[in-house]
Design a binder for this molecule. Structure first.
Ligand code: HMG
Ligand code: NDP
Length: 415
């Protein structure tokens, strides 16, 4: 596999960018042609209800990523300017020190069965006695998981205090292999409900996975070059930016939004359920009882920044949208991930990179300089510039340091 460090990738034209990605990821001609389309209306109509069209978003490629020693061109679907550039720049700063080291735990997803009207005194014992039957019934739902030696592993009982009294919750812990796992866990929860009802004497009502997958985590760490960050002064300010995010919830939410810029863009490109990822990430950020930064930052003795990000990441390389969206499948291929765990490693690395980029820009020149420079073309277009006027107006506004709809209109109106 060729290097993901492709200097000036952004200055190349589209054909050359595609050629480089094709070569790097070993895409066929037919696969490369998919980049023109996304999905047909017929495919969209099968995916959701009442479809009337499709809605395209930009697909960009972040360069410079090395994850666990493997060079990756990272696909990102996002509407926001500067995110792809920022990830590429951050990955360049990490690359100097070996790139990202990432790890995903076993893909364990909990399923929850809420039981009403059970005999609380006897329920736990009833579930223990029926646990073999519960696990076998669950595992009959997926022949693939069973063949892989994965599937439902354990069943536990919990009591939850509520305003209407104690409630019984039976939880099924499932190794979902390379799938995100929602459908398969939901099927298992529904299948085991009658066995649970018999074992507890209650009525199984909610039968659904939990998206809070605290046993399905991904963790990335990297050393980002201190001089590429801007030297000791900036590095020190980045550490204080992180400290602020640790202790102030108003800052932490924005800080974690920056992390999500990376995670959700790669998740979008690879067809993941981004709502599930976001919901779990924010709950995890508040797991101590106080919402805080998802990342951790310190400085090493050479003045580099050492960062890490740990978060729940339920992603799949099979099933869900990946099974029906050709471009999502193509983007998974681009990442070179051969398992859900490897894909999670790329996503969590992109989240960490994005956080580094934002902290650096905020601690140095401010976010607007880089972000607004890249946003300038949108500002020009929104002000009414024609395609052949856009680059000129954008460049002029960037040069003047006044990137605003007002200035774009003035430039369009002329002297
Ligand atoms: C925008 C940059 C990267 C410019 O940064 P720069 O230093 O001017 O870039 P450079 O021209 O020196 O190039 C360095 C590398 O950056 C990349 N790069 C540079 N320019 C481009 C481009 N046009 N297109 C693609 N890639 C680009 C590219 O990788 C290049 O190296 P190469 O690979 O070519 O050897 C920098 O200013 C930056 O990182 N800014 C931060 C932007 C950011 O974080 N955006 C997120 C949106 S803001 C937000 O939503 C979150 C936030 C900020 O609120 C979160 C928070 O508060 O924590
Ligand atoms: N709360 C939530 O998050 C909810 C999310 N969803 C949606 O559910 C979808 C994801 O569900 P998911 O269960 O992943 O999707 P699928 O049911 O599409 O895929 C999982 C199935 O793929 C098959 N499979 C083949 N190879 C493998 C492998 N290597 N590893 C694991 N499974 C394999 C198995 O079926 P077999 O044994 O038959 O081969 C498995 O049951 C997403 O679209 C999500 O948006 C749905 C409901 C709720």
């Amino acid at each position: 596999m060729s290097s993901s460090a492709i200097p000036d990738f952004f200055k190349k034209d589209r054909a050359e960018r595609i050629r480089l990605v094709k070569e790097h990821a070993g895409l066929t001609e037919e696969e490369a042609r998919l980049l023109d389309g996304g999905i047909s209306f017929a495919e969209a109509d099968r995916m959701v209800e009442n479809a009337i069209g499709t809605f395209a978003l930009p697909l960009g490629i972040a360069t410079n990523f090395a994850v666990n020693g493997r060079d990756v061109l990272v696909p990102m679907v996002i509407e926001e300017p500067s995110v792809v550039a920022a990830a590429s720049r951050a990955a360049k700063a990490a690359r100097i020190h070996g790139g990202f080291t990432a790890k995903a735990t076993d893909p364990l997803v909990p399923g929850q069965i809420q039981v009403l009207g059970a005999d609380m005194g006897r329920a736990a014992e009833g579930i223990r006695a029926a646990s073999r039957e519960i696990l076998d019934t669950a595992n009959a739902c997926s022949s693939t998981l069973s063949k892989m030696g994965r599937g439902a592993r354990e069943v536990t009982t919990r009591e939850v205090g509520t305003d209407t009294g104690p409630m019984l919750l039976i939880e099924l812990l499932v190794d979902v292999g390379d799938a995100m796992g929602a459908n398969v866990v939901n099927s298992m929860c529904e299948a085991v409900a009658p066995v649970i009802e018999r074992a507890t004497g209650g009525e199984a009502v909610l039968r659904i996975l939990s998206n809070y997958t605290t046993q399905r985590l991904a963790r990335a760490s990297a050393v980002f070059d201190g001089s590429m960050a801007g030297g000791p002064g900036i590095v020190g300010k980045m550490i204080s930016a992180y400290q602020l995010a640790r202790y102030d919830v108003y800052r932490a939410v924005t800080h974690n939004k920056g992390v999500m810029n990376g995670c959700i863009a790669v998740s979008g490109a690879t067809g993941q359920d981004s709502r599930a990822i976001e919901a779990a990430a924010h709950a995890y950020a508040a797991r101590s009882g106080r919402y805080t930064s998802l990342t951790e930052w310190s400085q090493d003795s050479q003045g580099n920044l050492v960062g890490s990000l740990e978060m729940p990441l339920s992603v799949g390389t099979v099933g869900g949208v990946t099974a029906v969206h050709p471009l999502a499948r193509l983007c998974i291929k681009m990442t070179g991930a051969s398992s859900a765990g490897e894909l999670a490693c790329v996503i969590v690395s992109a989240g960490l990179a994005q956080n580094f980029a934002a902290l650096r820009a905020l601690s140095a020149e401010g976010i607007q300089k880089g972000h607004m420079r890249l946003h300038a073309r949108n500002v020009a277009a929104a002000a009414g510039a024609t395609p052949d006027q856009i680059d000129g107006i954008a460049a002029k506004m960037a040069e003047e340091g006044d990137i605003s709809p007002r200035r774009a209109r003035e430039l369009l109106d002329g002297p």
